[in-house]
Design a protein around this ligand. Structure first.
Ligand code: DWN
Ligand code: ZN
Length: 405
């Protein structure tokens, strides 16, 4: 039995993937022999309703100067973040010299609209290379991990923030206590925190087990987020589902009593109770679906390999590291993985060691089947891969269920 990272309560694992490589640890052939592995297990704490990893990997092993994921790798995600920035911008009082901080600002995609209109802003991003990309587009960026100490420094040197933003970031931070203290220190009394992360309800509903990998320490629900924030005098005042990254939730947070609570909060709380998201049985049922999904995918890829069919992976996602290694998918089942990110091309996927090649290689010689690892970008990808379809190509999906279309 392990202890909950948040409340110290007892926690029982329901997913045990075993030793896994670093999800974004794309590597050269020379690195195969020394590749590190870390136990990957997820559990659920009944006391605070938080789904979480049991043994988080030290952050410095995942976020460093060669981090290969760039927010701008998806055009639709870039639009999504510009829209969110626009909503926050509209609510800022421009006369009062507002200050906006983004935690986990990656390549600066979301802060750019603030910079463009001269709003004081600061990105906090520990991965040096993506921070460089942000600075190259004019976004002020601190190359640091956010915690209670950094929050004090920022507040002291630049003042407190009118808005703190964080998308696909908080679920990566194992010390939620330090994070909440930092928000409390940095946020103005009437300031607002807006954050977005993959939603536990969507992960379970779609059996999206590939969202479980080292970087994702937590899998938030309204119940778990509310309990976490409550200890710091913060409360969720709005909760809006977002159709990105396979189903995310956008939480708007303020100091207790400072803002009217939107009806969406009570609605979502009721929906979570009805679906049993706060009960361990939901996670146990998820485990059974995950095992079935793995068996179905292994069967399908094994059959195709035996028939000599050519399969290419589409999108060298972090998520694909979980699928490839948990399912035991090998280079004889998948020719290569197509990815548009130059930093991943020419390298091999973590653990399974499948080559990652440019998208041009996919187009130059369409395979019979493409395994859609970037399923969360399906609409964007389908819109630009008409040629693959017309060549007779078929898509293999595994979320929400294994199938060929
Ligand atoms: O939380 C996280 C999310 C936001 O981003 C991080 N922990 C890391 C990362 O997760 P991921 O790697 O699973 O993210 P994506 O956005 O699903 O990755 C998509 C990959 O596919 C990128 O490498 C870019 C590539 N891609 C492509 O080759 N063609 C993406 C699109 C849209 C395309 O058309
Ligand atoms: Zn707990």
């Amino acid at each position: 039995m392990s202890c909950c990272l948040l409340c110290g309560g007892a926690i029982r694992p329901f997913l045990e993937f075993g030793p896994m490589p670093i999800a974004n640890g794309f590597l050269r052939r020379e690195g195969f022999a020394s590749e590190s592995r870390h136990d990957l297990s997820a559990g659920f704490c009944e006391s605070c309703a938080m789904m979480q990893l049991l043994d988080p990997v030290p952050a410095g092993l995942m976020f460093h100067d060669r981090y290969p994921f760039f927010t701008s790798s998806s055009a639709r995600m870039s639009e999504h973040f510009r829209r969110l920035a626009g909503t926050v911008l509209k609510r800022l009082s421009r006369d009062a010299d507002p200050f906006v901080v983004e935690i986990g600002s990656n390549d600066g995609t979301m802060l750019q609209p603030f910079a463009e209109v001269g709003i004081r802003h600061l990105g906090v991003e520990p991965s040096g290379n993506v921070a460089d990309a942000a600075e190259a587009r004019g976004i002020a960026t601190l190359r640091r991990f956010f915690d209670r100490h950094l929050a004090r420094e920022i507040a002291h040197e630049r003042g407190r923030a009118d808005a703190i933003l964080a998308c696909n970031c908080f679920c990566h931070i194992s010390d939620l206590g330090s994070l909440a203290d930092g928000i409390d220190t940095l946020l103005k009394p009437d300031g607002v925190l807006v954050f977005e992360d993959p939603y536990a309800g969507d992960i379970l509903r779609q059996s999206a087990y590939d969202q479980v990998y080292d970087e994702h320490v937590y899998y938030f629900s309204l119940a778990s987020v509310s309990r976490w924030l409550d200890r710091s005098g913060l409360e969720v005042v709005d909760a809006q589902p977002q159709p990105v990254h396979g189903g995310s939730m956008r939480y708007t947070v303020a100091r207790r009593g400072m803002r009217r609570i939107a009806p969406s909060v009570a609605d979502l709380a009721a929906a979570e109770s009805r679906s049993g998201l706060h009960r361990p049985e939901a996670y146990e049922a998820f485990r059974l679906r995950v095992e079935q999904s793995r068996d179905n995918l292994v069967q399908l890829l094994g059959d195709l390999a035996r028939e000599g069919r050519r399969v290419v992976g589409y999108g060298a996602t972090s998520k694909s590291t979980t699928v490839l290694n948990y399912c035991g998918i090998t280079p004889d089942m998948i020719d290569f993985i197509s990815d548009t990110t130059p930093e991943k091309q020419g390298l091999f996927s973590p653990g399974a060691h499948i080559p990652v090649r440019p998208h041009a290689d996919f187009v130059a010689d369409y395979p019979e089947f493409a395994l859609l690892f970037a399923w969360n970008h399906s609409a964007e990808i389908m819109a630009k891969e008409e040629g693959f379809r017309q060549s007779g190509g078929r898509w293999i999906r595994y979320v929400p269920a294994v199938g060929v279309s």
